[in-house]
Ligand binder design. Structure first.
Ligand SMILES: Cc1cc2nc3c(=O)[nH]c(=O)nc-3n(C[C@H](O)[C@H](O)[C@H](O)COP(=O)(O)O)c2cc1C
Length: 193
């Protein structure tokens, strides 16, 4: 049982990475193996829309995203953590999402069964402001990213009003919720927090 965490913030040990760490610790506590990939430590390009993946299921860009996509296929559950940037995911996260087009092609064009398992996917995000629509864009993007990569939305932890680096630690209830999300991921259960 592998729970994979993708960290989408360029701010190391920032609010979303802290929550992801709590979630992965919760998953380990519940008996899962975990892996964390910090996107900003990798080298990868955005999708170039060459269309090759629709014929081969493989991306022509030979960079770190090849490894990320293989780990996504190997994972039993995925926790995607990203800060809210302009009402959506970070650019690091969005570039990774666009590069999953190769997985979309494997699933929808080449009918690869490994991408049809409907594994649980969880979203963690934090924004500085408090508006009702803050996570609308993110949720829609992640919903279709999960669909393309073989996951279904199974839970989310969306936190408003936290901005400065590490301030999430001032809210123990959010850390507890993240650990709970990780335990649910290890059990492959849906949760709402
Ligand atoms: C480029 C950029 C864009 C942002 N856009 C928004 C935004 O549209 N709405 C918002 O509430 N917060 C926005 N924020 C604030 C972050 O979401 C917030 O600081 C969050 O806690 C960062 O999480 P992190 O520490 O994991 O990077 C933005 C921050 C940056 C750097």
């Amino acid at each position: 049982m592998l729970v994979l965490g993708l960290a989408g913030s360029p701010r190391r040990n920032g609010n979303t990475e802290i929550l992801l760490d709590e979630a992965l610790a919760g998953a380990r506590e519940a008996g899962a193996e975990t892996e964390k990939i910090v996107l900003c430590t990798l080298k990868y390009s955005p999708c170039i829309s060459c269309g090759s993946c629709e014929k081969t299921g493989r991306c022509v860009l030979q960079d770190d995203m090849q490894m990320v996509n293989e780990r996504i296929i190997a994972a039993d559950a995925l926790i995607f953590a990203t800060p809210n940037y302009f009402y959506n995911v970070s650019a690091w996260a969005k570039a990774a999402i666009d590069r999953s087009q190769a997985l979309w092609a494997r699933k929808h064009v080449l009918k690869d069964e490994r991408l049809r398992q409907n594994k649980p996917g969880y979203l963690i995000s934090v924004g500085a402001t408090k508006g009702k629509n803050l996570f609308k864009g993110t949720m829609l993007t992640i919903q279709y990213y999960f669909e393309a990569t073989g996951f279904v939305p199974a839970g989310r932890l969306l936190i408003r009003g936290v901005d400065a680096k590490g301030d999430i630690k001032k809210y123990p209830e959010y850390l507890t919720a993240a650990a709970q999300l990780g335990r649910e991921a290890a059990a492959m259960k849906a949760c709402s927090l």
